[in-house]
Design a protein around this ligand. Structure first.
Ligand SMILES: Nc1ncnc2c1ncn2[C@@H]1O[C@H](COP(=O)(O)OP(=O)(O)OP(=O)(O)O)[C@@H](O)[C@H]1O
Ligand SMILES: [Mg+2]
Length: 257
């Protein structure tokens, strides 16, 4: 199938090539390439267990590929030492699939965590946490604990934490898993609002009906490889059977209007 041809001169903030990863002799990713362009929102989709979370962790430098290379903001992650890697990671905000909020910290402490790691002064942290909570429409809930919040609110707190440090590259792994459609729409709206036009956003998700309002382009993982990458229009126009089935099952074609 054809892969779309990009405009020359498009700036890539993340380029991954030839990613291979196996666990216990079982290959998961075979030869995966990803490009994330400045200003864009990329949706990564594919069946459960295909390796989407694994791929995101590789883009964030949290998991090393067995083969292949990930370059973020012009730096090859494989060539960096621990402090170099930490500096690149400071330019990325990450929302993990299972929220990964610290249950022993209140909301304020959770969101403050990345700023504390960076040594930001206390008064500034307090101000920025309050601002960010207002931005995700949860003002004043600093003293609540994660287990006092419903799923959708936890996700919003996780969004606040992922974006608090002002990182240009934002990676969200399944940010609406288990949420109802209305709450999911709200989360995607926030993701779009928090996206930095001078940066880039990557969303792993299943909820294509709602992602379609946010994502500029797509990458479909299938059996360890990239089956498709391109825009929404290109995805809809594709006559590839697996692609059609996948998009139809998830309602994307139905949403086309
Ligand atoms: N650290 C690990 N050790 C062993 N196997 C792993 C590890 N990480 C991932 N895997 C395996 O790699 C495969 C891909 O996992 P991954 O979590 O990336 O899938 P996914 O596409 O994110 O799925 P889902 O849509 O359910 O979130 C799975 O079979 C998983 O068991
Ligand atoms: Mg996953």
């Amino acid at each position: 199938m054809s892969v779309s041809i990009r405009d020359a001169g498009q700036e890539q903030l993340i380029v991954a090539t030839g990613l291979y990863k196996s666990f216990g002799g079982e290959p998961i990713l075979l030869d995966v390439g990803v490009e994330v362009f400045r200003g864009r929102i990329l949706g990564i989709i594919g069946p459960g267990g295909v390796g989407k979370s694994l791929l995101m962790k590789m883009l964030a430098g949290l998991v090393e590929p067995d083969a292949g290379d990930v370059t973020v903001l012009g730096q090859s992650l494989q060539s960096l030492n621990a402090s170099g890697l930490a500096r690149v990671r400071d330019r990325m905000g990450f929302l993990f699939q299972n929220y990964a909020l610290f249950d022993f910290m209140d909301v304020g402490q959770n969101i403050a965590f990345p700023l504390e790691q960076m040594g930001v002064p206390k008064a500034e942290i307090t101000r920025r946490v309050a601002e960010r909570l207002a931005e995700v429409e949860l003002p004043g809930i600093e003293r609540l604990f994660p287990n006092e919040l419903a799923g959708g609110l936890k996700k919003r707190v996780a969004l606040a934490r992922a974006t608090i440090a002002g990182a240009p590259i934002l990676l969200y792994d399944d940010p609406t898993a288990g949420l109802d459609p209305v709450t999911s729409s709200k989360i995607f709206e926030l993701i779009r609002r928090l996206h930095r036009p001078d940066g880039a956003t990557v969303i792993v998700g299943h909820d294509i009906d709602r992602m379609v309002a946010v994502c500029d382009e797509w990458l479909l993982l299938h059996e360890g490889a990239v089956l498709f990458r391109g825009t929404t229009e290109e995805g809809r126009a594709s006559s590839h059977e697996v692609l059609k089935t996948f998009f139809m099952e998830t309602g994307m074609l139905g949403a086309a209007a």
